[in-house]
Write a protein that binds this ligand. Structure first.
Ligand SMILES: Cc1cc2nc3c(=O)[nH]c(=O)nc-3n(C[C@H](O)[C@H](O)[C@H](O)COP(=O)(O)OP(=O)(O)OC[C@H]3O[C@@H](n4cnc5c(N)ncnc54)[C@H](O)[C@@H]3O)c2cc1C
Ligand code: SF4
Length: 505
């Protein structure tokens, strides 16, 4: 069968659903959608196969709980196993993590291309990636957070940064006319955020492509060392019941873009041989510091994230940002119970949350979990990274006080619940034990890294899996280093280059 369409869950009684195309792309997030639309624009017949369901704006949830249930991978329950168990947050829905992210758009820094050339033997990417990033910025309406959507938390962050003489800015995001509802984590019901389910996925269909949703791929089908398609069975989005089997045959190639945690597992499960599969997992671990202000801040009024500073990207190695999280998540960060928690919550309107993303050097692994098809991430921060982590919290604390906060809530186990400006020095001796902190990993890298040498890389500089034909990877798992900036733009730029190379082959 072929022809433009969307195939959602199919009952088991349907037997096997077969589709044949030029290229099949596994995953519809930042990498998958960018690769698919490039292939489709190049005249190829493309199928996107996505594990999650297709949800339109009116079906996005309002709460963090709803987001975990409907939009996140495995209810957001994946954790990095190390000394601490920090959540690894990713989406499982049409559009991938672009549906639940904050749409912050940052071009790949020049030093990253130089590093890839020097350490991985991959040159010639800079101009091509940047050209694609320029195009994507036009197509996805990248704009600075408009003044009306800045909200008080972002304005205060700018005030604090200016007071300290830091270089900082209001963010540029893939958003057309942000209304400042602070709901990015639950999906943008106003359809202002340009997640890939709104643009590149529908365009792929409009260009004659096919999209399968609720369709987790269980393996890439190989004939010898050539990838000829993908196979799996539909899974009902609510009951999780197994549906029909699907087989998508690819005449020209298979692109795997199932994310840093799922791509390595899928390659391993499919029998792809490389000792580098699942190696070199990296992340930007991050946490927030709350500032308490006399006047209401109402952090959920305004863009979810609107202000950032990259001044500390190289030294000590981190990025600072504002972040508004839903009230129920704030409650979990305020700690305590009963009357004490209610008193703390009463302050909610007066709290601003700012966070860091640490450019950690530590590496981990992604492997199939025993007796399941889920990924297992092993990862922990070494002492140098924990020092960066602590340093970032100190910077955020100082920024809050420079913006006029009367106290901060550091959220560090064993330290006072609140610190005033004269106590900020206590943070210099804050523990370096990850268990004492609540952090998440939202920017992930590696697991199928690129490099010229097959002994130290899974894919080459065109995303082609070393030693295989017609098998490409086009997501964050190819990224061999920690960027120190938000990764979506780099992922999209690389995926576009890889798709272009496949068309030219
Ligand atoms: C809360 C949050 C906020 C973020 N904010 C930003 C931001 O503002 N700016 C930024 O640059 N980055 C941000 N990021 C990171 C960014 O969203 C990700 O780095 C990026 O989306 C990763 O792209 P990807 O293509 O590798 O994977 P994803 O976008 O996660 O897409 C992978 C897709 O593959 C699907 N899939 C998985 N397994 C299978 C399978 N077996 N079969 C079929 N499909 C499968 C998944 O369901 C998913 O849809 C954020 C991340 C989070 C969690
Ligand atoms: S802040 Fe609200 S309107 Fe703006 S992009 Fe996020 S969800 Fe959409």
């Amino acid at each position: 069968m072929s022809g433009a369409r969307h195939i959602a869950f199919e009952e088991r009684s349907k037997g096997t659903i077969e589709v044949e195309v030029d290229y099949v792309v596994v995953g519809s997030g930042a990498g998958g959608a960018a690769a698919a639309v490039t292939l489709a624009r190049g005249g190829a017949e493309v199928a996107i196969v996505e594990a999650g369901a297709w949800r339109d704006g009116e079906h996005y949830p309002y709460s963090a709980y709803g987001s975990m249930r409907d939009l996140m991978d495995d209810w957001g329950s994946t954790v990095a196993v190390g000394r601490a168990f920090w959540p690894v947050v990713q989406a499982r829905t049409m559009g991938g993590t672009t549906v639940i992210n904050s749409a912050i758009c940052v071009r790949t820094p020049d030093d990253i291309f130089a590093q890839w050339e020097k350490e991985r033997g991959i040159g010639g990417l800079r101009d091509r990636v940047l050209a694609h990033q320029e195009r994507i910025e036009r197509e996805l309406s990248v704009e600075e957070v408009p003044p009306a959507a800045r909200g008080r938390s972002n304005l205060l962050a700018m005030k604090g940064a200016e007071g300290l003489g830091w270089d900082s800015h209001y963010m540029r995001r893939y958003v057309k006319g942000c209304e400042g509802t602070g709901q990015c984590l639950q999906g943008c019901r106003k359809l202002r955020k340009q997640s890939t389910n709104l643009n590149y996925v529908p365009e792929t269909i409009a260009r004659g492509g096919t999209v399968l949703s609720c369709a987790p791929v269980s393996r890439v089908v190989l004939e010898g060392t050539r990838a000829i398609g993908v196979r799996g069975h539909f899974v009902h989005p609510q009951t999780r019941a197994k549906g029909a089997v699907f087989f998508v045959r690819a005449r020209k190639g298979v692109f795997v873009a199932a994310s840093v945690t799922h791509t390595p597992v899928l390659l391993a499960r499919s029998g792809v041989k490389s000792k580098m599969i699942g190696e070199q997992f990296r992340a930007h671990p991050g946490t927030g510091v709350f500032g308490c202000y006399d006047e209401p801040v109402d952090m959920n009024v305004g863009a979810t994230q609107g202000w950032a500073s990259t001044q500390f990207r190289k030294e000590p190695g981190l990025k600072l940002e504002t972040l508004a999280i839903p009230p129920e998540l704030v409650a979990s960060r305020l700690t305590g119970a009963g009357v004490e928690l209610m008193k703390r919550l009463a302050e909610y309107r007066h709290i601003a949350m700012w966070c860091h993303a640490v450019r950690a050097e530590s590496v981990g692994t992604v492997r199939p979990a025993p007796f399941s098809d889920k990924p297992m991430v092993k990862y922990g921060l070494d002492r140098a990274d924990m020092e960066r982590f602590r340093q970032g919290m100190i910077l955020l604390a100082k920024q809050h006080f420079a913006a006029g906060a009367k106290a901060i809530i550091p959220g560090i186990q064993g330290m006072p619940y609140k610190l005033t400006a004269d106590q900020v020095g206590l943070l210099d001796d804050a523990p370096l034990d990850p268990k004492k902190y609540i952090a998440i990993l939202s920017h992930l890298f590696g697991g199928a890294i690129m490099g010229r040498d097959p002994a130290s890389a899974v894919v080459d500089g065109s995303g082609r899996v070393h030693g295989y034909q017609g098998l490409m990877v086009a997501d964050a798992s190819v990224i061999p280093s920690n960027l120190g900036v938000n990764p979506q733009h780099t992922i999209m730029g690389l995926a576009s280059v890889f798709a272009e190379d496949a068309l030219a082959a």
